[in-house]
Design a binder for this molecule. Sequence first.
Ligand code: ADE
Length: 261
Amino acid sequence: MLIDIVSVFPEYFDVLNLSLLGKAQEKGLLEFRVHNLRDWTHDVHHSVDDTPVGGGAGMVMKPEVWAQCLDDLLDIPPLEDIAQADEQTSEKRGSNAILVFPNPSAPTFTQKDATELSHADHLVFGCGRYEGYDGRLPAYYAAQGFDVREYSIGDYVLNGGEVAVSVMVEATTRLLDGFMGNHDSIVEESYTGSEGLLEHRQYTKPASWRGMDVPEILLSGHHANIDRFRRDEELRRTSAIRPDIIARLDCRALDKKDRKF
Ligand code: ADE
């Protein structure tokens, strides 16, 4: 998988060379390319933003600079060449990339989205700053035939898209085959295993610590009872913490013993 990330603060992504992400690059599972948007500017000040049309506070990122950058990363030929080419204009040109823009006013990024992104060969993330990017940008690339996604990572506003992109990159790349040492840990964890229930609590040794004991059943060696205990805890935790997940549960996935919840 090739991941291009565009930002006016490319240093933010130095962390990508650390830990599992760094190892995944060494193993050849992934290639990251981090770009400075200002490299596509042509003025002395390398400006990437302008005042909002219609008034209002802050600055908006200019579409021309973004488009020059994205056209390059997506292998889209210069507009003049396209005009000369004898081909249907509706046909999509360039890479098969999915284009992702973080945006606090977009649908929330979920595990399902991470799974979808993990199947792509090429992801291009564009980090907005200030009051965000010009609203025509996602619509333009969607009209060119690209799969364009806008996601929020939660109901709060960050200073820019960099942290949101780091979150989405981590959630996506850890799903790649060969990324995690133990694939089972991905299958069992919250939001993917057990129909999307929150995961049960985990314990390790010692069985008794500072007067607190691990639940006795976990020491019994009785696997069916342990599974039931964990499943009950998942249902109980999810009902208490995330009733919205319970409301969305597919009842056909529940068994008779689940019904008391
Ligand atoms: N940019 C600023 N806040 C954001 C959020 N919550 N999600 C995604 N992008 C953002």
